[in-house]
Design a protein around this ligand. Sequence first.
Ligand code: SER
Length: 314
Amino acid sequence: MKKILVTGARGQIGSELVTKLRSIYGDINVIATDIRSSEEEKEKGPFEVVDVTEEKRVFEVAKSYQVDTVMHLAALLSATAEKMPRVAWDINMGGLVNTLEVARELNLQFFTPSSIGAFGPTTPKENTPQDTLQRPTTMYGVNKVAGELLCDYYYERYGVDTRGVRFPGLISYVAPPGGGTTDYAVEIYYEAIKERAYTSYIAEGTYMDMMYMPDALDAIVQLMEADSSKLKHRNAFNITAMSAEPMDFAKAIEKHIPEFKLSFDVDPVRQKIADSWPNSIDSSAAEAEWGFKSNYDINRMTADMLEKIAEKIK
Ligand code: SER
């Protein structure tokens, strides 16, 4: 991994991943691309406007910069995908197959995230195994399972070095997530600082896996740098840092803001999605095959989130 093209570079993961990759591999060796143009991004390093549904454009940019790796992040998240399933199919699956084709043609290493959304109501809910039943009931989940299989296919059939993780809900303060089911776990921190109160659209007692962004970025780099011969799974590894429900966030926030109040106004659409996902997943395959570990539990993450958001919005 020496020269890397990132799609969806202005999204929640991309905006921090590009910074991290540039700190490791050098500014000019990370080509940030997004469908949304940005003058600010162009000042920080190579930036190109790329719509991942246009394969030719992805190919041209990858070829002209002579990249050896593509990290494909551009996608619609679960709640947005439920609002416009056909558009989600076109963007999530079209974008994936296009970038995989470019990786095949130019012999690039390939990363794309899967998600806890790749599981469904019939998947074992507790300590969900790496290899298990995957019958998701959301368009996003259908895209993720198909995507995992497609990445494995490109590896088996064409020898493309595809690698991926099943991310839990990602919590961060740099760029907001958009249209995800786990977004409440980001919003709660902003509202804690601004209003000392938050109304959760996810019900009390709904557990989902979560992870602080620094752990997610470390995981991507570590997996991509891992010895290929040690990887038995590839697409995609379960990884997690915590299993938490809304009250767990409230309790962690109360340690810093004692007057914080959590209330509930459940959104049936996102609640249904959350109920179809695991309560906690087992990351032992990632630990064994490439040494995954997380550094942030809910308390350490909460302290950092509150501090960083307070600085950001003052
Ligand atoms: N955070 C994502 C979502 O909620 C899950 O991958 O859609």
